[in-house]
Write a protein that binds this ligand. Structure first.
Ligand code: UD1
Ligand code: PEP
Length: 416
């Protein structure tokens, strides 16, 4: 699917099951490499990033089967410690395989992933963590080679929380001799779920969900089975869809407690919410109010929902300010939203949004994964047809956004 067409101004109604989490499943798939045996993972979303990770796992020697949403990975025989460059280019988070490869084989070869459309995204903290555990890192022919005869547990200090660096440090530390303590760890629910997954396969990790993680090195892991949690960012995206289109929808299969900051923002904007253990009901009548929002590491408001909230405000009422503090280039959706008639002024890391309703359907291009989802959300509040190209970005993280929103009554379809 390369193009999505949305005919706006229809309210949404119904119930939707939220797919498994991209940001939880990718490190879990990488962590499966640590174990010389079989791992079964349930609720795996069928998204492009998962297929890309499967491509890498196959190239390094894993055998896998994906049956519906259940993935079995046999990592008994890892043949190669190198992450192929073409995969690093198509999925930046392939870098999270370097920790498990280093831990399992004592070697990991990757290359600098480079900048992407949302920011530079350096990997200095990942490399510093490997060095602290005793790895030597060399740059050869634009490749980065990390190696260590033995990794030794140590204190790793992160100056600010990085999700990927915390995951890499955790996975590299699983087989390190002695105790590793990660200070300044990221606290995202996906880190907690990685800790649960690793402990379930025999690792010893304490402190999940806090900024101090302690890993006691082990000498072996065992076969295991794990269920991936629902995707809080996909749920948050559909929450913004209901706010833009108006209506009443039940989002099933997520923990509302993982979306606290986004839910309190939605309430400030006028949404009515009912929270259940694994479900969230959202109702929106009338136009959402524009408010001020700042992205922050978890438990703050997530950067991965910033573009979608900007789309809601663009079609809301009043003035609001969106401040992006995590990635320096994450306002790519703003220029496209302007083509739909949105009134947005960017001032450095702040965007001032003046709500206007309805937006006007037009042709736009998805700038990145969440920016693309934001354009779909804006299209729901647009008069006429919004046509979004470059939808391969959206497919990185959404199993089938057209299927999901059309089941709620949206007039939306994908085209090749
Ligand atoms: C697959 C996955 O889980 N992706 C998520 C992960 O990305 P990712 O793990 O790449 O994001 P990080 O948490 O590492 O990035 C946070 C900030 O730290 C900076 N940084 C990071 C590493 C490093 O070595 N040096 C450095 O300076 C980044 O440029 C960014 O400014 O967390 C982001 C922040 O919640 C989310 O938007 C992404 O959806
Ligand atoms: C930025 C994102 O993902 P990634 O880190 O995989 O690019 C995202 O999920 O919004």
């Amino acid at each position: 699917m390369s193009v999505i067409q949305v005919q706006g101004l229809r309210s949404l109604k119904g119930e939707i099951k939220i797919q498994g989490s991209k940001n939880a499943v990718l490190p879990i798939m990488a962590a499966a490499v640590l174990h010389k045996g079989t791992t079964v993972i349930h609720n795996v979303p069928r998204i492009q990033d998962v297929f890309c990770m499967l491509g890498i796992l196959e190239r390094i020697g894993c055998i896998y089967s994906l049956d519906g949403h259940t993935l079995t990975i046999d990592a008994s025989d890892i043949k190669c410690a190198e992450i192929p460059e073409e995969y690093i280019k198509s999925m930046r988070s392939s870098i999270i395989l370097s920790g498990p490869l280093l831990g399992r084989l004592g070697d990991a070869v990757t290359s600098f992933p480079g900048g992407c459309s949302i920011g530079q995204r350096p990997i200095d903290l990942h490399l510093a963590a490997f060095r602290t555990l005793g790895a030597v890192i060399e740059e050869k022919d634009e490749k980065l080679c990390a190696s260590a005869k033995t990794l030794v547990g140590a204190d790793i200090y992160f100056p600010f929380p990085s999700v990927g660096a915390t995951e890499n440090a955790l996975m590299a530390a699983v087989y390190a001799k002695g105790i590793t303590v990660i200070h300044g760890a990221a606290k995202e629910p996906e880190i907690t779920s990685l800790c649960e997954f690793l402990n379930n396969m025999g690792a010893i990790i304490h402190g999940a969900g806090t900024s101090r993680l302690a890993v006691t090195g082990v000498t072996g892991l065992h076969d295991s089975e794990f269920i991936v949690a629902g995707d809080r960012i996909v749920a948050g995206t559909y929450l913004t869809a209901v706010m833009a289109a108006e209506g009443n929808v039940l989002l099933d299969g997520i923990r509302p407690g993982h979306l606290t900051a986004a839910l309190s923002l939605a309430e400030r904007m006028g949404a009515e919410l009912k929270l259940y253990k694994n479900q969230l009901e959202v109702s929106m009548r009338g136009r959402p109010d524009c408010v001020n929002v700042v992205t922050e590491p978890y438990p703050g408001f997530p950067t991965d929902l910033q573009s979608q909230v900007m789309a809601v405000m663009a079609s809301g009422s009043g003035w609001g300010r969106v401040e992006e503090t995590i990635f320096e280039g994450r306002f790519g959706a703003a220029n496209e939203l302007k083509k739909l008639g949105a009134d947005i002024v960017i001032e450095g890391k702040r965007a001032i949004v003046h709500g206007l309703y309805p937006l006007k359907g037009n042709c736009v291009a998805a700038p990145d994964l969440r920016g693309g989802a934001a354009l779909v959300v804006a299209g729901l509040a647009g008069e006429g047809v919004t046509e979004i190209s470059e939808c391969h970005h959206i497919e990185r993280g959404y199993e089938d956004i057209c299927r999901d929103l059309s089941s709620l009554g949206a007039a939306i379809r994908g085209k090749e």
